[in-house]
Design a protein around this ligand. Structure first.
Ligand code: ATP
Ligand code: 3PG
Length: 403
């Protein structure tokens, strides 16, 4: 992979450089609630601008259906990027149409423009190679050079991630280089004990990584919504908790494998359970009871790990040399169910281990709960991307940069 420094050494002054970023930030009524992903790509953009490039920043945001949708506009992200850079950032109201062409043509050396959400065009995410290729051809007309720096999207075989770098001279941005460097440490040269904490909502999304981690990690601590499928597989009743019944057999197989290979697979021992999902908007106080994990009442759902589990998990993290954490341990968006996630974040901060937090929600949780980002070894901007990297999969966006 060509690095950004190698590209800069070749000279980018006056060149139109297309930066594929991941500006897919959480928004609440048009306001960015966590700008971590914008800050993460800013150094690459700033370096290119300082070197006199005409920088075109592109990204997806959310999952619009291949057509313009104002709810998914990148305009707020472009404005925030301008604030962070301390410079005017132009904004094109389309992606490859007249606004994009005019905006790019008007760029002068060292200036930055953001084009509208790539996913407003069906070609971006199309499964059809020709349709994706045709969109990539249009994007290629906008630029002379491609810089891949949207780590959060490198697992997507999308036009701007996979097809476009094949059409232009290309290099990897600083963020991608950092992310890959850190994740390599978790795959090639991991220091033990290696503890993995997995939470979040969907077991099915994380099964493949559990499969891979059973051969790599020393301990696997399970929490969040996915814990209930494990507890159910163990034979417990889980009330109305999140349960993926179609995954139960697979989970049983993994539990047996963990047992036979000596990997410690640790499940919650107590749970905060309630008859109601909490009010995430008004954040009115929740009513819940703390129950043992094998005694979840039939009319209740588990919404966070309980105090005994928090202590247990913290003790399993305390002597780790490496920790990877993906997925909140409870419905952290409500203050009454944020305690489990907070306890795990604190355990990471307190440990001497090299700690990596992966996943959009986990990274946002760490910041919204008030933790200092610098207290962690690395906070990845990739959710699915970091998991797929750890699974050992070939990531289209990295493969394209290597070619
Ligand atoms: N017990 C639970 N019941 C229901 N939902 C839960 C529970 N615990 C956590 N969640 C929810 O899981 C969601 C996060 O899951 P997800 O798998 O998306 O996490 P992530 O991997 O960090 O994020 P991303 O996929 O964005 O990278 C949160 O919105 C949280 O409220
Ligand atoms: O949030 C993410 O994980 C990335 O931005 C990728 O988004 P996607 O899952 O919608 O492709």
């Amino acid at each position: 992979m060509k690095t950004i420094d190698e590209l800069l050494a070749e000279g980018v002054k006056g060149k139109r450089v297309f930066v594929r970023a991941d500006l897919n930030v959480p928004l609440a009524e048009g306001t960015i609630t966590d700008d971590g992903r914008i800050r993460a790509v800013q150094p690459t953009i700033a370096k290119l601008a300082e070197a006199g490039a005409r920088v075109i920043v592109a990204s997806h945001l959310g999952r619009p259906k291949g057509a313009p949708d104002p709810a998914f506009s990148l305009a707020p992200a472009a404005a925030r990027l301008g604030e962070l850079l301390g410079a005017d950032v132009a904004f094109a109201t389309d992606t490859v149409g007249s606004s994009a062409k005019e905006t790019v043509a008007a760029l002068t050396d060292g200036k930055v423009a953001v084009i509208e959400n790539l996913r407003f065009n069906a070609g971006e995410t199309s499964k059809d190679d020709a349709e994706r290729g045709a969109f990539a051809d249009q994007l290629a007309e906008l630029a002379d050079v491609y810089v891949g720096d949207g780590f959060g999207a490198v697992h997507r075989k999308h036009a701007s991630v996979f097809d476009l770098p094949k059409r232009l001279p290309h290099a990897a941005g600083q963020l991608i280089a950092t992310e890959v460097g850190v994740l390599k440490k978790l795959t090639d040269e991991v220091k033990r004990p290696y503890v993995v904490v997995l939470g979040g909502a969907k077991v099915s999304d994380k099964l493949a990584v559990i499969d891979e981690l059973l051969g790599k990690a020393d301990r696997l601590l399970i929490g969040g919504g996915m814990a209930y499928t494990f507890l159910y597989a163990k034979g417990y009743e889980v009330g109305i908790s999140l349960l993926q019944k179609d995954q139960v057999e697979k989970v049983k197989e993994y539990m047996a494998r963990a047992e036979s290979t000596g990997v410690e697979l640790v499940l919650p021992v107590d749970i905060l359970a309630s008859t109601d999902f909490p009010d995430l908007k008004g954040k009115t106080p929740a009513e819940y009871t703390t129950v043992d994990a094998d005694k979840i009442p039939a009319d209740k759902e588990g919404l966070d790990i309980g105090p005994k589990t928090r202590e247990l998990y913290a003790s399993k993290i305390a002597d780790a040399a490496t920790v990877f954490w993906n997925g909140p341990l409870g419905v952290f968006e409500h203050p009454d169910y944020a305690g489990g996630t907070r306890a795990i974040a604190q355990a990471l901060v307190d440990s001497d281990a090299f700690t990596v937090v992966g996943g959009g929600d986990s990274a946002a949780a760490v910041r919204t709960l008030g933790f200092d980002e610098n207290a962690f070894g690395h906070i990845s901007t990739g959710g699915g991307a970091s998991l797929e990297y750890l699974e050992g999969k070939t990531l289209p966006g990295l493969a394209a940069l290597e070619g």
